[in-house]
Design a protein around this ligand. Structure first.
Ligand SMILES: Nc1ncnc2c1ncn2[C@@H]1O[C@H](COP(=O)(O)OP(=O)(O)OP(=O)(O)O)[C@@H](O)[C@H]1O
Ligand SMILES: [Mg+2]
Length: 234
């Protein structure tokens, strides 16, 4: 479904992403891991159209989307949940969800999708008219994911969904990712919690200094010396 080849992202003098290659099949979860500053968010940003690539190709079902406007990429079925769960704090849960569903052509579509999201995230039904900023960190993360799902994306890009959350809440987020995967959604998961990411993913890519350091089946990477020493505490 997604194939990234020789992708580079440059900020001024800094090459944040350097000739990165990977591919993601429909219905699979790919984990993209690596240290702070490795280029993970820049890679997601390039796929979502928020960052203009300096080079390379990003193919979505064979079509090169590199450099297209973010809005067009979103309409092609790609949704990003950004790092730090940037929901609209002063808008209600309902308003946040409606904004995520702005791509829907009809009011009936929007209503149907909203109902599906409230079934999937009962907590959002409970706080439907509350301001986003009044939700807990975990609830805001759920809202951020639900908002991205409102557009019925085919490819979900998740940037550090577990960051700053309590262990129990992290479990709930990963249960949800499992559930989304079983529903057939294709997911590119950037995650600091490498152990959990490798559990849910089929394949993984380790980035170091903007380049691919290691790639392969998630189970194999979980047993590799490099990943164990660098990310899994030996
Ligand atoms: N808008 C920007 N302007 C200039 N440099 C940037 C910009 N965004 C990121 N960088 C730099 O690019 C490199 C990669 O950053 P990026 O955010 O992609 O890494 P990351 O792997 O997501 O890191 P983290 O785990 O901390 O989120 C870093 O050196 C960062 O300082
Ligand atoms: Mg990042």
């Amino acid at each position: 479904m997604l194939s990234v080849s020789s992708l580079s992202v440059v900020y001024g003098e800094v090459e944040a992403v350097s000739r990165v290659d990977f591919a993601l099949e429909k219905g699979q979860v790919l984990a993209l891991v690596g240290a702070n500053g490795a280029g993970k968010s820049s890679t997601l940003g390039a796929i979502a159209g928020l960052v203009r690539p300096a080079g390379g190709a990003i193919r979505l079902d064979g079509r090169d989307i590199a450099g297209l406007p973010a809005e067009q990429i979103a309409r092609m079925g790609v949704a990003l949940v950004p790092e730090g769960r940037r929901i609209f704090q002063s808008l209600t849960v309902a308003e946040n969800l409606r904004l995520g569903g702005a791509v829907h052509q009809s009011a009936a579509d929007l209503k149907e999708r909203m109902a599906e999201m409230l079934d999937l995230f009962p907590i959002l039904r409970r706080y439907f008219q509350n301001k986003g900023g009044n939700l807990s960190g975990g609830e805001q993360q759920m809202l951020a994911i639900a908002r991205a799902l409102m557009s019925r994306p085919r490819l979900l890009l998740l940037d550090e969904p577990s960051l700053g959350l309590a262990p129990q809440v992290i479990d709930a987020v990963f249960d949800l990712i499992e559930q989304l995967k079983h529903s057939g959604l294709t997911i590119l998961l950037v995650e600091q919690n490498v152990s959990l990411a490798l559990d849910v993913a089929e394949h993984a890519v380790v980035l170091a200094n903007g380049a691919v350091a290691l790639t392969g089946p998630a189970a194999e990477l979980a047993n590799s010396d490099l990943v164990r020493q660098a990310y899994l505490g030996g």
